[in-house]
Design a protein around this ligand. Sequence first.
Ligand SMILES: Cc1cc2nc3c(=O)[nH]c(=O)nc-3n(C[C@H](O)[C@H](O)[C@H](O)COP(=O)(O)OP(=O)(O)OC[C@H]3O[C@@H](n4cnc5c(N)ncnc54)[C@H](O)[C@@H]3O)c2cc1C
Length: 386
Amino acid sequence: MPLYENYQSPWLNDELRILADACQKFFQAEFVPRNEAWIKQGKVDREAWNKAGEAGLLCAALPEKYGGGGGDYRHETVVMEEQFRAGISGFGNQVHSSIVVPYLYHYGSEEQRMRWLPKMASGEMVGAIAMTEPNTGSDLQAIRTTAIRDGDEYVINGAKTYITNGQHADLVIVVAKTDPQLGAKGISLVVVETANNTGFERGRNLTKLGQKSADTSELFFQDCRVPLNNRLGDEEGKGFVQLMQQLPQERLSIAQAGIVCAERAIELTLDFVRERKAFGQRVLDFQNTRFKLAEAKTEALIGRTFVDQCLTRHLRGELDAATASMAKYWCTQKQCEIIDECLQLHGGAGYMDEYEISRLYADARVQKIYGGTNEIMKELIGRTLG
Ligand SMILES: Cc1cc2nc3c(=O)[nH]c(=O)nc-3n(C[C@H](O)[C@H](O)[C@H](O)COP(=O)(O)OP(=O)(O)OC[C@H]3O[C@@H](n4cnc5c(N)ncnc54)[C@H](O)[C@@H]3O)c2cc1C
């Protein structure tokens, strides 16, 4: 039974439903059986990327000319939603396909596109983006990593941390200062291909509260040399603007993931409270349970309609930074609140790893932190208040 009796995302059509069905089958057959092992080892197997590439699940929105699926952001959304519905939180395709690839596509030259995008689509290359540093995250202008010209190369020096896909990454978009004297205007995006690059080193794969099968890493650059034409964009100093242009999609994607996970939590909880008995009745029959789940379902549906509206605006190129920030802040806040209530309704079982709700709870927490913290989201929304 669908969670909402009378609501369907307006952008869904038959073609996208077929894609959703194919994704569901793929994730159940190929990823779900391996998920426990991935959680234990702290990362997915490298071959997961090639399998997803073969199945056509990477770069769904990228034009076919570059090896992509030839779809649009709806297709990315469908792949992402089915991944989370299958309970796979650690496969970093959201970063790879919905964040890294758009930078390469929008700001890359034709030569750069042809060099990298087909490999990103096949899974031959895994992508990461490295903004955050040990000493700065929210205050991106304060980054210390530099990319200084030396002949026809950039020499990159610095350290990054908390980088999703860091252990597997073959291509890292490094946010670096090409002119350290300037603030935001001195920032550029420089691509590092990690293979055989002696100046690049992976640090620890950091252990975390949740999303345990996602590799989240330290990365080090010590006299790391890349050709000048690995910079994205015609000019130096455009990195900050490029980031600001692309962040709304990243934030929408996080908001959408938040809503899918909240919906999943409600479904799991409904299954549980329909079966579980206390004081001679089903847990669902307590008025408190019905009220809590009524609130959760209402809020999830409000979130769902909001992200659907944002998606429609995004497809038209009209999703502004403040609205994307509202979606990211509100949906991830509600995700955490809803999952907390759902866990409570499971009683002790909710705290046990063997119940998916406990994983959803641990996985959710970071959603309020990455992609720009929710405090930064409120700052961005606040700027529209005059
Ligand atoms: C699992 C995970 C995956 C990640 N993946 C990536 C990745 O792939 N690439 C990448 O570059 N980064 C990644 N990050 C980093 C993430 O984006 C940063 O952690 C985040 O932006 C916050 O930066 P920070 O940790 O330096 O916190 P800080 O900026 O030090 O913030 C600390 C606290 O101060 C608050 N604060 C800061 N400035 C303000 C302000 N102006 N007003 C009010 N409050 C403020 C923050 O909201 C926060 O509560 C990831 C992080 C995690 C945990």
